[in-house]
Design a protein around this ligand. Structure first.
Ligand SMILES: CC(C)(COP(=O)(O)OP(=O)(O)OC[C@H]1O[C@@H](n2cnc3c(N)ncnc32)[C@H](O)[C@@H]1OP(=O)(O)O)[C@@H](O)C(=O)NCCC(=O)NCCS
Length: 122
């Protein structure tokens, strides 16, 4: 097994513009229905949560480095960021054991960041 990590930072403005310009086409390409429902429940703050999930997925793409990409070929909607009852984010990636992935997310008015750590088979 091998530990791998990834991180990403994003301007919330960029995600807001994509959603405003492309609407559901953008949302349905990037986010699962559960993620959309979670972000929409945040009303005025929703772009922070959408941006955080975008950053989270970019961080996962980075963590899945080139040499292991073939094994875990994934697209945007093969990854899902869920929150437990305490609000802690959790990742579901197809075919990957949930206990082998941990993620942390933060966002403020202008930026969202995410970092992920994974344990993958070599
Ligand atoms: C939970 C807490 C860490 C969030 O910090 P914050 O500065 O308000 O917000 P940030 O922008 O940095 O982070 C927000 C993200 O933190 C994550 N988060 C929320 N609750 C969390 C928790 N209990 N543990 C880890 N991460 C958590 C979420 O991913 C959230 O983003 P999302 O809603 O888009 O998924 C903060 O509210 C806190 O410390 N609360 C006091 C302790 C507490 O209530 N803990 C929860 C019960 S143990």
């Amino acid at each position: 097994m091998q530990i791998t990590c990834g991180t990403d930072i994003i301007e919330i403005r960029r995600i807001k513009e994509s959603i405003e310009d492309l609407g559901e086409k953008f949302l349905n390409r990037i986010y699962t229905q559960t993620e959309i429902e979670y972000c929409e429940s945040k009303k005025g703050q929703k772009y922070q949560h959408y941006a955080a999930r975008f950053a989270a997925k970019e961080a996962i793409f980075k963590a899945i480095s080139k040499d292991i990409k073939d094994k875990y070929e994934i697209g945007w909607k093969d990854m899902e960021i869920l929150n437990d009852e305490q609000g802690r984010p959790q990742v579901r990636i197809k075919e990957m054991q949930r206990e082998n992935i941990d993620i942390s997310i933060s966002h403020c008015k202008d930026y969202a960041v995410a970092m992920v750590v994974m344990l993958v088979e070599k």
